[in-house]
Design a protein around this ligand. Structure first.
Ligand code: SF4
Length: 362
C-alpha cells in the first residue's frame, strides 16, 4: 500500500481528459435527454436527476417534455399541471422552482436562457452544479460540475478522503473540478465523469481494473478506493404514527391541499391526524382542520408506510361515512373518487386512494 496522502494537484490530473473521453465515446449511457443539446431539455433533465435515480427519471422526462416541449409551454402551465407531471419524482419543490424559473426566463429574458454561469445562477432552483451542467453541456462553456458521481470520482482520483458533509471538503473538489475541466468538449468531459462514477467508479466495489483512469488514480494506487470518499454522518431515523382519514359522502371523498411550508406543499392528500386507534373518533370531532365533521364509526381500510427526509411514517388508513361536511376552508375539497386521478397528489395519497377505491362501492 502506498502513502496515505491527499493529492489535490490539478496538474497531475490534466492527463485524464483523453482516456476519459475515449472511454465515454465507447461506453456512454443512452439517455433520452442526451439526444438534445437544447438548454431547456438539459435543464429539465438535470433538475429531475437531483435526488432521483436515472431509471426513475427516464419515463418522467419523456412525459414532461411531451406535455411542456419548451420553456413557453412550461411558463404558461398551471402549477397543478406541473406538479401532476412531476408525480413519482418526489421533492416537489424542484418542480415549483422549475415553473418559477420558466416564467422568469420568459418575462425577463424573452424566453432565452442566460448564456453564462452567473446568469443561470440567478434563476430559481439553479445552483452551481445545475448552472455548470447547462453551461457546459448545452452552451459549450468550460464550467465545472460536482454532483454525487463526479464528486466520488474526483475524490478518489485525488485521494481526498473527507466526507461530503465535512467543512470545506467540497470547496477543495470544486477548485479541482474547475482546474481540470477542458476548454474543448467541456460538456462531454463532465458527462463522462458522471458516467464513470455511475458505471465504473461506483460507491461500493469500484471496477478499477476496467477504469480508464486507473493509472492516475491516487486512491487506487494507495489501495484506498473502499474508504474514499468518507461516509457522511447518518441522521437518526425518526418514527411517526398517524392516521389518514378517508371521509366520504356518497361517491365523494374529502381531500386537502398541503399548505406552504408543509411536506409536499401544493399537492393534494387525505387529511392526517396524529391520533390512532380509540383516540381517533374524538380526534376527528375535535380537529380544527376537519371539525365539526360528523362521521360514523371509523373503519380500518389498511395501512402503509412511507419516508419523508429522515422520518419513517406508519399510516393507518381509516374510512368513515360523514353525515355532515364539516367546515368549508380553502384547500379542502370533496372530490368524486373517480376523478381523483386528475389532482396532483402525494404518492402516499395515491396509495390511500387505491384503498379508498376498494372500500367504496362502484
Ligand atoms: S481507478 Fe478505481 S477508484 Fe480510481 S477512478 Fe477508477 S474506478 Fe474509481
Amino acid at each position: 500500500m502506498g502513502r496515505r496522502t491527499s493529492s489535490l494537484d490539478a496538474n497531475r490530473l490534466q492527463a485524464i481528459g483523453r482516456p476519459l473521453l475515449a472511454w465515454y465515446s465507447r461506453a456512454k449511457r443512452d439517455l433520452p435527454w442526451r439526444r438534445s443539446r437544447d438548454p431547456y431539455a438539459v435543464w429539465v433533465s438535470e433538475i429531475m436527476l437531483q435526488q432521483t435515480q436515472v431509471e426513475r427519471v427516464r419515463d418522467s422526462f419523456v412525459r414532461f417534455m411531451a406535455a411542456f416541449p419548451d420553456v413557453h409551454t412550461l411558463a404558461n402551465a398551471t402549477e397543478d399541471e406541473v406538479l401532476r407531471l412531476w408525480e413519482g419524482l418526489g421533492y416537489y419543490r424542484r418542480a415549483r422552482q422549475l415553473h418559477a424559473a420558466a416564467k422568469q426566463i420568459v418575462v425577463r429574458h424573452a424566453g432565452l436562457f442566460p448564456r453564462s454561469v452567473d446568469g443561470l445562477l440567478e434563476l430559481p432552483g439553479i445552483g452551481r452544479y445545475t448552472a455548470g451542467a447547462i453551461a457546459s453541456i448545452a452552451m459549450n462553456i468550460s464550467a465545472p460540475i460536482l454532483e454525487a458521481n463526479s464528486r466520488r470520482v474526483l475524490a478518489r482520483l485525488a485521494a481526498h478522503a473527507a466526507p461530503p458533509d465535512a467543512g470545506g471538503a467540497d470547496a477543495a473538489l470544486w477548485t479541482l473540478a474547475a482546474a481540470i475541466v477542458p476548454r474543448r468538449h467541456p460538456g462531454r468531459f463532465n458527462q463522462a465523469l458522471m458516467d464513470l462514477g455511475a458505471m465504473v467508479c461506483t460507491p461500493r466495489q469500484p471496477r478499477c481494473t476496467a477504469c480508464p483512469l486507473a493509472a492516475c488514480c491516487a486512491a487506487h494506487q494507495q489501495g484506498r478506493e473502499a474508504e474514499i470518499p468518507g461516509r457522511p454522518r447518518r441522521r437518526a431515523t425518526e418514527s411517526i404514527r398517524e392516521s389518514a382519514i378517508v371521509a366520504r359522502i356518497g361517491d365523494r371523498v374529502l381531500v386537502l391541499r398541503r399548505g406552504p411550508g408543509e411536506w409536499w406543499e401544493g399537492l393534494w392528500d387525505f387529511p392526517r391526524l396524529s391520533a390512532v386507534g380509540r383516540g381517533l373518533s374524538p380526534a376527528i370531532e375535535r380537529s380544527p382542520l376537519l371539525g365539526p365533521l360528523r362521521c360514523g364509526p371509523p373503519q380500518r381500510l389498511g395501512s402503509l408506510t412511507h419516508s419523508v427526509t429522515h422520518h419513517r411514517i406508519a399510516v393507518a388508513v381509516v374510512g368513515c361515512e360523514a353525515v355532515r361536511r364539516g367546515r368549508r376552508a380553502a384547500g379542502l375539497a370533496w372530490v368524486p373518487l373517480a376523478k381523483i386521478g386528475r389532482l396532483a397528489m402525494t404518492s402516499p395519497g395515491r396509495r390511500i386512494a387505491k384503498l379508498a377505491a376498494e372500500w367504496l362501492p362502484e
